[in-house]
Design a protein around this ligand. Structure first.
Ligand code: GLU
Length: 490
């Protein structure tokens, strides 16, 4: 039977789907340095929100400040986003290429009277600013009240209207400004170039941006920009201003706190998935859920309502914990690729096939002991040591104990007789335990010298694993190196 209510609901949702515009978000960095982790988080929020809503996420490089924008910085942003797995839809938009549209908008504002020509020169401006400061009022130019044109260069200024400006922000709530707080800001400079305030409105409008998600250092700009949208007769986007990231000491994040660029975290051995997860959780929550591994699971739940309105503090212990969990979940082959540079650093050169296989086989024992790829490579150091291993100082102490070398020789003989195909953790464990009980000695008597001989004191897992993962040939060679050197003399 047909359920009329169902049909009604169904058609309602169809109409909603048809009339709700597609969500379009953007990340709009100024290319003046690297991909700041605050920016990376903004990009992630925009990206996941667009994914969550079935929309699009765009990248706009705000390169109108020619003096400060560089091609290297643009590339660093693109590389950082690629590394983090933040993929923009469509082509990259370069703001500098939209200058004509910016100028057109300024002309439209002049024509409608929402903007005016300001002929104040540097000296006048200094004076006017001083007057504004002294009266604790916003900047107003005397040229706002005339339409007279002088044959001199001019800037185009926005004529801030009287009244109030209200926005509803997804994170900050409802905000009202008295327009007296807003300066008559410059839209076009005397050389005809647009300012940020104009360019951002025109570009967001032309790109069809529906939601502006960015740092709350731009909150007041949302008020100013709302006025420009209204003056141009355009719909304002929805706003979400995200509190900035603070350092562990609660102060605004700065160079003082150390690494700021996403690439610095890559170089510290964080996985893209780990950093993504950490940045996502830094300022956004979904119940108690802490760990998010795949783009699909994040996109499913990411909403603007989960963004916290208080600033978040960087917490390296938490970052390490989350990254450690991602290391555990990462497939061994992928991890091997991601750790290649760090393994190479430990090894002194790229790993050859034998060493790569050795490390790959050991991966499950390395993973639980590493929070970063640097730690992972450090855990693998014992697998990469060159023979004869240098064993000096305190590390050589177990080899100098009475009977140590004799036990190593005895044990080596037995290990030699173990068939290569039987070279397994259980067989080795049984062999070592038999040796200890037959000689009626504590395990330490052989455990310590064997570990010293095989690892030179580098971090290592259970001894049985060390032997298993080094393999028969390498184990025996390392033991024989020690047996044949004289550790008794100092
Ligand atoms: N280009 C601006 C910045 O890097 C962002 C502008 C915006 O998101 O509206 O701070």
């Amino acid at each position: 039977m047909i359920d009329p209510l169902n049909i009604l609901n169904h058609s309602k949702s169809c109409i909603a789907a048809m009339t709700t515009p597609k969500v379009i978000t953007r990340f709009a960095p100024s290319p003046t340095g690297f991909l700041h982790i605050g920016g990376a988080r903004t990009a992630l929020f925009n990206y996941y929100f667009a994914k969550h809503m079935g929309g699009e996420f765009h990248l706009r490089i705000e390169d109108t400040d020619k003096a400060r924008s560089t091609a290297e910085a643009t590339q660093a942003i693109i590389d950082g986003m690629n590394w983090l797995g933040i993929h923009h839809d469509g082509e990259i938009i370069y703001q500098s290429k939209n200058a004509d549209a910016h100028v057109d908008a300024a002309i439209a504002l002049l024509e409608s009277g929402a903007a005016y020509r300001c002929y104040a020169d540097a000296e006048d401006l200094e004076q006017l600013r001083e007057t504004a400061r002294a009266g604790d009022t916003a900047f107003r130019s005397p040229f706002r009240d005339t339409t007279e044109q002088h044959g001199k260069p001019f800037t185009v200024r926005f004529r801030v209207p009287d009244g109030e400006t209200k926005i509803e922000d997804h994170v900050q709530g409802n905000i009202t400004w008295n327009n007296k707080e807003f300066d008559d800001l410059v839209l076009l400079r005397a050389d005809g170039t647009p300012t940020y305030m104009l360019a951002v409105v025109v570009d967001d409008h032309n790109m069809g941006v529906t939601h502006v998600v960015r740092g709350d250092d731009h909150l007041i700009n949302a008020g100013r920009q709302t006025l420009i949208y209204q003056a141009l007769g355009w719909n304002t986007p929805e706003w979400a201003h995200v509190p900035l990231i603070h350092g562990p000491d609660g102060k605004k994040l700065s160079k003082r706190h150390g690494a700021l660029g996403a690439e610095a975290y890559r170089d510290m051995g964080y996985l893209p998935g780990g950093l993504r997860n950490y940045l996502l959780k830094l300022g956004w929550s979904h119940g108690d859920a802490e760990l998010f591994y795949t783009e699909e699971e994040i996109s499913k739940v990411f909403d603007l309502a989960g963004i916290n309105s208080a600033p978040a503090r960087l917490d390296f212990d938490k970052m390490d914990f989350i990254n450690g969990q991602h290391i555990l979940e990462e497939p061994n082959e992928t991890l091997m690729r991601q750790a290649a540079k760090f393994l190479e650093d430990v090894n002194g050169r790229p790993l050859d096939e034998v060493l790569s296989t050795r490390v790959l086989n050991a991966m499950e024992t390395l993973k639980p002991r590493a929070k970063t790829l640097i730690e992972l490579a450090e855990q693998a150091r014992y697998l990469l040591l060159k023979r004869p291993i240098e064993i000096t100082g305190k590390k050589a102490k177990p080899l100098k104990k009475e009977g140590a070398i004799a036990h190593l020789s005895g044990l080596t003989l037995r290990l030699k007789s173990l068939k290569g195909s039987d070279w397994s953790e259980t067989a080795i464990q049984a062999l070592l335990e038999n040796y200890v009980s037959e000689h009626d000695i504590g395990f330490g008597k052989i455990g310590q010298p064997v570990r010293a001989a095989l690892t030179g004191g580098a971090p290592s897992p259970d001894l049985f694993w060390v032997l298993t993962l080094l393999g028969k040939e390498e184990t025996l060679a390392r033991l024989e190196d020690v047996i044949n050197s004289d550790f008794t003399k100092d």
